[in-house]
Design a protein around this ligand. Structure first.
Ligand code: AMP
Length: 418
């Protein structure tokens, strides 16, 4: 039998109820802050990510699903949301709008990673972007909105880490320092980190390999914070101070490194203790200048993405159930053949205001009740010869067992009144 592609999965039942709940909550939380939804294509030209996310990032180097179409264009299935949103921002001339322009998105992302719990090749994100202002208050607001979303869902055990990755110039200085400071330990590093030592030593800080962590300890590596320009340091301090003023709980993390190259200055991540190896629920940061990498004017921006799949895992781990699966208010049971079309007509008249299902064949009342119960219906409605001659319906409350006969024309308002 043909199965879903490895690393992808079908979403249905409770899983999909969770996803819809998360997305609807995001709509509410983000629209209240002035964000509008944007939906960009899943397929983008490869340079959107090569230039945007950066050629040295793992995402671009190893994880992109790339294809060449019949016109010879190099296309990719988007691995993340921000670069495509900023491509669209430029394409639609959104820079003439009042700043900041706040956008949010939801949808599938694709990365060719090794699948495991909480890590898929097709996964879902909800993301938020605020473009056009460089003020630290916008960073603090973005972070607060991410927590607002998780808290509106009822999550309690997540932890926020905030740090800074500096400006590109700070990073150049820091990378030069790292290269020099780590050179004597080259042989003790993991193979991946030896390669990183040439290309992007900063990323060694992010390594989970114990050999790399041991080297970082032993070499007494100084934090990036010590290499920031005065402006970048002030920005960082202002973000931290604003978060404190908002009463946001967080931990400063001097070694926070994000996997995508476009980040500057503010970086943050939210982790959840019950998620095991894939503990990051979401993360983001500032990406001033990303628009310039994509060929437009240089604009400031800050944003984040949460992994919907992982938020679902966290909700389950905290014992927060998915919203109840929808059940019909009324299950209609025709008792004789002429009642079948009548039941269908009645269902159509009551929908979509009421959730109505029906049996499509004549049923004996006992069987009709069992069918209604299996569907979780609140009421069962019987249509037989007597009801037909009187223009009524017999409605039974499945919880109380109470039954009454109502004029059909009154059924809608009767259901509404309940
Ligand atoms: P990133 O775009 O890498 O900052 O990722 C943002 C969030 O997306 C992460 O914190 C995860 O929750 C989620 N995420 C990233 N990659 C995957 C994946 N392969 N499977 C499931 N969720 C993912």
């Amino acid at each position: 039998m043909i199965k879903a592609v490895r690393g992808t999965r079908d979403l249905l039942g409770a899983e999909l109820s969770y996803k819809r709940w998360i997305e609807r909550t995001a709509e509410r939380v983000l629209e209240a802050a002035g964000a509008r939804e944007i939906e960009t294509p899943i397929l983008e030209e490869a340079p959107v990510f090569e230039k945007g996310v950066g050629p040295t990032s793992d995402v671009v180097q190893k994880e992109m699903y790339a294809l060449t179409d019949k016109g010879g264009r190099r296309l990719v299935l988007r691995p993340e949301g921000t670069a495509g949103v900023m491509r669209a921002f430029l394409e639609h001339g959104m820079k003439v709008r009042p700043m900041p322009v706040k956008l949010y998105y939801r949808g599938p992302m694709f990365r060719a990673e090794r699948p495991q719990k909480g890590r898929y090749r097709q996964f879902y994100q909800v993301g938020y972007e605020a473009v056009g202002l460089a003020e630290p208050a916008i960073d603090a607001e973005a972070i607060a909105l991410l927590l607002d979303l998780l808290e509106a869902l009822g999550l309690r055990r997540h932890r926020l880490k905030v740090g800074t990755v500096g400006d590109p110039e700070d990073r150049r200085r820091y990378n030069a320092y790292l290269k020099e400071a780590l050179a004597p330990y080259r042989e003790a590093l993991s193979e991946d980190s030896r390669a990183r030592l040439e290309r992007n030593p900063l990323r060694i800080l992010d390594s989970k390999d114990p050999r790399d962590q041991a080297v970082l300890e032993e070499a007494r590596i100084r934090p990036l914070l010590a290499f920031l320009s005065p402006e970048a340091r002030d920005h960082y301090r202002a973000v931290i101070a604003t978060l404190r003023a908002l009463g946001v709980e967080f931990e400063e993390d001097a070694r926070l490194v994000r996997g995508l190259d476009y980040y500057v200055r503010t970086a943050f991540e939210v982790h959840h203790p019950d998620l095991g190896a894939q503990a990051a629920l979401g993360g983001g940061g500032r990406y001033d200048g990303l628009t310039a990498l994509l060929g437009g004017p240089s604009l400031p921006g800050v944003g984040w993405a949460v992994g919907t799949d992982r938020v679902i895992l966290a909700l389950k781990a905290e014992g927060l159930p998915a919203p109840a699966e929808p059940a019909p208010a009324l299950y209609l049971v025709p008792l004789d053949p002429p009642a079948v079309a009548e039941a269908l007509a009645l269902a159509e008249a009551l929908r979509p205001r009421h959730r109505v299902e029906l049996a499509y064949q004549p049923r004996r009342p006992g069987k009709g009740i069992r069918e209604a119960e299996r569907r979780g219906a609140r009421f069962v409605g019987f249509l037989g010869e007597g009801e037909r001659s009187r223009g009524t319906i017999s409605v039974k409350d499945l919880a109380s067992g109470e039954q009454k006969e109502l004029p059909r024309a009154k059924l809608g308002s009767w259901l509404e009144a309940l």
